[in-house]
Every structure is written in structure tokens, then in C-alpha cells.
Write a protein that binds this ligand. Structure first.
Ligand code: AP5
Length: 195
């Protein structure tokens, strides 16, 4: 199965991505985690991306493609992916589709985790003590929310038009969100996890 998770920062993309990957036996690919790994490893790409993450700005598309493309192709070949944090704007969505469609590895379902900005703010502020620089400053959180609304939210219409968007209430407890996603995917939440 090939799934994209969309939602405002704090909507639970990372949390649900990990749970669903385990449940479905496919790979969770987080563009943010891949970029943070590059920064931690002090690679050239990591050095180029670091300032953008720290300020809550979007990393330039070409750097993002460089870290995400190979991971997606590899995961698709191994059985599927849950992609979290990518695509983030129309250019990324179109580029991804143009590369994936000819290989027959384009996303089959886009799961929109719907959450208000106020609840997202509470969650991100609550996580600040865990050390992500972009959670530590209210102005940076506001910038991330604004970029989500300006750049990422328009993708909802793009995927709705393609008939692959499902909307999930992300304000529910974590397990209920996972159950709602599985139900939307037509998977019995009580069945044994796939391995
Ligand atoms: P990224 O790492 O993608 O972060 P984000 O979109 O800001 O999202 P978060 O990780 O903050 O939130 P989430 O929705 O994953 O929620 P989570 O599960 O963590 O991107 C970071 C940066 O990298 C970007 O700003 C940009 O600079 C760059 N970047 C990444 N991708 C890019 C791209 N494609 N293009 C350009 N730049 C890119 O949960 C959040 C908190 O809420 C946690 O504490 C969690 O425990 C809690 N929580 C989760 N679910 C629930 C629930 N149901 N109830 C209560 N609490 C919950």
C-alpha cells in the first residue's frame, strides 16, 4: 500500500506514520526525519537545509527531492510506503507524480489528518522540551502553521480532484485516529498486524 499523510504541523503525521508502518508492514518515510538525519550527520545537504528547519521555513524543493526520492522508490519496491511531510507544495506534488506514475508507484491514498491550529499549537508547545528547535519558539510555530495553510493545504483540493483523499478527525486520541485510518483503508483494526 502507498499512503501519504497530510496535515498541519502537530496533526500526528509522525505518530500515525510509525504506528501504521508497523501495523501494515511497510516503511514510514518522514521528510523531516530524513532532513534532520542529514543535519545530524553534518552532510553538505544537511548544512544547506539546517537554517530552513531552524526557522520553520520550507527547505528548497531540490534538496527535499534528493533525500526523499530514493527512499520512496526503495520502499515502494519493498511493498509500500507511508510518506509523512512530503509533498508540501504543488511543485513537489507534481514532481512526485511525474516520477512515480510511470513506475506505477504513485500514492494510492492521501490521508488528511484534520486538526485546528489551536490544538496543533498546544501539541507543538507541549513537545518543546523534547528538543526540536522549531517547537521552542512561538513565532516559528506560527510560521510553520502559516506555510502549511499557504503552501500545503491547497494540496487537499488537488488530491480530492484525483479522488484519493480521505479525511480523518485527528483531534481524537492516538489509538482512535489509527483505527479511523485503518477503517478508511478498509482494514480490520482487530486483525493481526501484517509482517
Ligand atoms: P516535519 O518534520 O515534517 O514537521 P511538521 O510538519 O512540522 O510536523 P511535526 O513533526 O511537528 O508534526 P506531526 O504532524 O508529524 O505530528 P507528531 O506525530 O510529531 O518538518 C520539519 C521541517 O522540515 C519543516 O518545517 C521544513 O523546514 C522541513 N521539511 C520537511 N519536509 C519538507 C518538505 N517536503 N519540503 C520542504 N521542507 C520540508 O505529533 C506532534 C505532537 O503531538 C507529539 O508530541 C505527539 O505525541 C502529539 N500527538 C500526536 N497525535 C496525537 C493525538 N491524537 N492526541 C494527542 N497528542 C498527539
Amino acid at each position: 500500500m502507498r499512503i501519504v499523510l497530510l496535515g498541519v504541523p502537530g496533526s500526528g503525521k509522525g505518530t500515525q506514520g510509525e504506528l501504521l508502518a508497523h501495523r501494515l508492514g511497510i516503511e514510514h518515510i518522514s521528510s523531516g526525519d530524513l532532513l534532520r538525519a542529514q543535519i545530524a550527520a553534518k552532510t553538505e545537504l544537511g548544512r544547506a537545509a539546517a537554517g530552513y528547519l531552524d526557522r520553520g521555513e520550507l527547505v528548497p524543493d531540490d534538496l527535499v527531492f534528493e533525500v526523499v526520492s530514493e527512499a520512496v522508490v526503495r520502499a515502494a519496491a519493498a511493498g509500500g510506503y507511508i510518506l509523512d511531510g512530503f509533498p508540501r507544495n504543488r511543485a513537489q506534488a507534481e514532481h512526485a507524480y511525474s516520477l512515480a506514475a510511470p513506475r506505477d508507484i504513485a500514492a494510492e491514498v492521501v490521508v488528511y489528518l484534520e486538526l485546528t491550529d489551536d490544538t496543533a499549537r498546544e501539541r507543538l508547545t507541549g513537545r518543546a522540551s523534547l528538543g526540536r528547535v522549531d517547537d521552542a519558539d512561538g513565532a516559528i510555530i506560527e510560521r510553520r502553521l502559516q506555510l502549511y495553510h499557504d503552501e500545503t493545504q491547497p494540496l487537499l483540493a488537488y488530491y480530492r480532484e484525483r479522488g484519493i483523499l480521505v479525511t480523518i478527525d485527528a483531534a481524537q486520541p492516538v489509538e482512535a485516529v489509527t483505527g479511523a485510518i485503518l477503517a478508511a483503508l478498509g482494514i480490520d483494526a482487530n486483525a493481526q498486524p501484517l509482517e
